[in-house]
Design a protein around this ligand. Structure first.
Ligand code: AGP
Length: 604
């Protein structure tokens, strides 16, 4: 399982309030149960409190349990092994009630280990995590120290297992043990305390200075010391890095949901990008080494998942059109195992809001092993994909909390435009000016919220299925539009190349089926109009999102300002984000925490 990990050990402050606040900051990642463990040295009574459901329910339980202590660990779980339940929630406890473990990841060989080492141990959960903590207890009973037992347990885990472990031994109530492979873990550095977290956002109120744990490393953390050891048990040292996010950026402020806040922040995201990547005289501030390595490539491979994959489809058009470099876009979970024939000198671009998507990281590890060069564009500096690529460029979008990605998509398309433009000798476009105008145009669209709230409630809230159609870049945006609608409103939506409908899917169109057509591409807008008519002839309710130059009298839809066709996705995606948001709202759903989904998918 995976989701959110927080730990605290200090000299002066109660740990429970800090840990529970950390869990609340991690709620955006989605979860189905939560728990906390606080060793209490006072009357030597351990305090393990777990709850199936919301963190708020755990807070009430902890308050009623009068938990006290200055260290502890806590977790929000998104179930993979074992259903959501109190028994399966973390922390998982050893049978002798001495060890407590929270875990992000999946132990692929947990059953084998259970049958080999733990046949005489009583289990209370169905989780792979309980096997791990029972192994630690067993190895300590066999005479190892807790550190050695953790070392031995992690050495037994199959290579394709992923783990971020945070362990406490109630005989060392001020000490946290951490171990990591693939699932991110950070150690936060304080004055008279130290913290552990799977996501820096959870602990920004305590510290902005973190040390990342690398694969196969183990850490021993006390209130005034942090010690790191490599797989061979040799002590290593690593300087902390500073996280420059203002904790207030992670608050909802007056918004009901983060998603709408983040849609509204899109103009600012573009302006931050302009500040970061354009110099005083309009020169583009991307290092020559990156540009030269990409220019030397004979093909660019863009690898990403979900919304990031959709932004890559737009970026690919820019790289081919503006810089003339053949470019392919691949879904990371496919590319990792079905790698296509590569060109002689490929260059890889990874797009990832979180920088922790396991599917994408799997590909990056293969790319690194093959010795190819890579660039990661991510919203989280020092994330795994940031650290492990040859180069990394920040998206500058500010923390994206809602599970549905919006401003990261805009930032990824913008950054790819800037990079493609830097690679090209194309001079007939003042990109900085174009992007600055686009930021203003996006502001005008988000100021039109009421239009999209009305359309969503009339057209999509009552629908059980819906289609987005377009051609060229509009077909790419249709995929993103459909994903946004699906993932937060649960309407079965498909994004479709408009010309493809008549080859089969048109059979699904019936009376009242919503068909939203994107028409921003001059070359194909006329054809899409024909495709819309085909659907209307079969009863579809059509709605168009087009540009001023391509609009026609009688259109039912929204008219965008005119814009360079390759940059049009930056505008056309915004109405589709708002339609998804208001459809979810209209259906009374939790927009920020859609069922079954997590914000960052750190397992494959
Ligand atoms: C976006 O709305 C989705 N929640 C999801 O597809 C996401 O884009 C995908 O999991 C990739 O995440 P990443 O950008 O952090 O790699």
């Amino acid at each position: 399982m995976y989701c959110g990990i927080v730990g605290y050990t200090g000299l002066n402050y109660q740990s429970a309030p800090i840990l529970l606040k950390g869990l609340q900051k991690l709620e955006y990642r989605g979860y189905d149960s939560a728990g906390i463990f606080v060793p209490d040295v006072a009357d030597n009574m351990d305090q393990l409190v777990k709850e199936k459901g919301r963190v708020s329910e755990l807070v009430d339980l902890v308050d009623r349990s009068d938990v006290s202590g200055t260290a502890g660990i806590a977790h929000t779980r998104w179930a993979t092994h074992g259903v959501p339940s109190v028994e399966n929630a973390h922390p998982q406890m050893s049978a002798n009630e001495r060890f407590y473990l929270v875990h992000n990841g999946v132990i692929e060989n947990y059953l084998e280990l259970k049958h080999k080492y733990l046949t005489d141990v009583p289990f209370v959960s169905d989780t792979d995590t309980e096997v791990a903590v029972q192994l630690v207890a067993k190895f300590v009973e066999d005479g190892l120290t807790t550190f050695e037992a953790l070392q031995k347990m992690t050495s037994l885990l199959a290579d394709n297992s992923a783990y971020g472990f945070l362990l406490m031994d109630d005989q060392e109530p001020d000490t946290m043990y951490v171990a990591k492979r693939k699932s991110p873990l950070l150690i936060g550095i304080g004055e008279d305390f130290n913290v552990v977290t799977s996501d820096a956002l959870a602990m920004l109120d305590e510290t902005h200075d973190f040390i990342e744990l690398n694969d196969n490393e183990i850490g021993v953390i006390k209130p005034e010391s942090v010690r790191l050891f490599n797989r061979e048990g040799e002590e290593i040292s690593r300087e902390p890095f500073h996280v420059d996010i203002d904790a207030s950026e992670t608050d909802k402020g007056t918004y009901e949901y983060y998603m709408l806040k983040e849609i509204d922040e899109q103009p600012v995201a573009i302006r931050r990008m302009l500040d970061k990547y354009f110099g005083e005289t309009g020169e583009i501030l991307i290092g020559d080494q990156i540009l030269n390595d990409i220019k030397a490539a004979d093909r660019i491979y863009i690898v990403a998942a979900g919304t990031s994959y959709h932004s890559g489809l737009i970026g690919a058009r820019m790289f081919e059109s503006w810089s003339g470099i053949p470019t392919e876009v691949h879904v990371s979970s496919e590319f990792a195992y079905e790698q296509p024939l590569l060109s002689e000198n490929p260059f890889f671009i990874f797009l990832s809001q979180s920088g922790e998507t396991a599917d994408s990281r799997e590909v990056l590890q293969n790319v690194n092993r093959a010795g190819f060069k890579s660039l990661t564009m991510t919203n989280v500096e020092k994330s795994t994909l940031w650290r492990e690529a040859t180069y990394a460029l920040p998206l500058m979008a500010g923390p994206e909390i809602a599970v549905a990605s919006t401003k990261a998509y805009i930032a990824q398309v913008t950054l790819q435009a800037i990079l493609a433009y830097a690679l090209s000798d194309r001079i007939d476009l003042d990109l900085e000016q174009e992007l600055s105008k686009i930021a203003v145009d996006i502001q005008a669209i988000v100021d039109d919220k009421a239009v999209f709230e009305k359309v969503a409630n009339e057209l999509l809230v009552p629908a059980h299925s819906a289609f987005y159609i377009g051609r060229g870049a509009d077909a790419d945006v249709s995929l993103e539009a459909a994903l946004k609608l699906k993932e937060i409103s649960y309407v079965q939506a498909e994004g479709f190349p408009a010309g493809e409908l008549k080859h089969g899917t048109l059979a699904l169109i019936e009376d009242g089926t919503p068909v939203i057509a994107l028409m921003t591409q001059p070359k194909t807008a006329g054809l899409v109009r024909g495709n819309i008519a085909e659907t209307q002839a079969r009863g579809a309710e059509a709605y168009t999102i087009t540009t001023k130059a391509l609009a026609e009298p009688g259109d039912t839809g929204y008219v965008l300002p005119d814009v360079d066709p390759l940059l049009a996705p930056l505008l056309s995606v915004v109405p589709t984000q708002l339609l998804a948001y208001y459809t979810s709202l209209g259906r009374g759903l939790d927009v920020d925490h859609p069922r079954n989904l997590a914000k960052s998918v750190t397992v494959q």
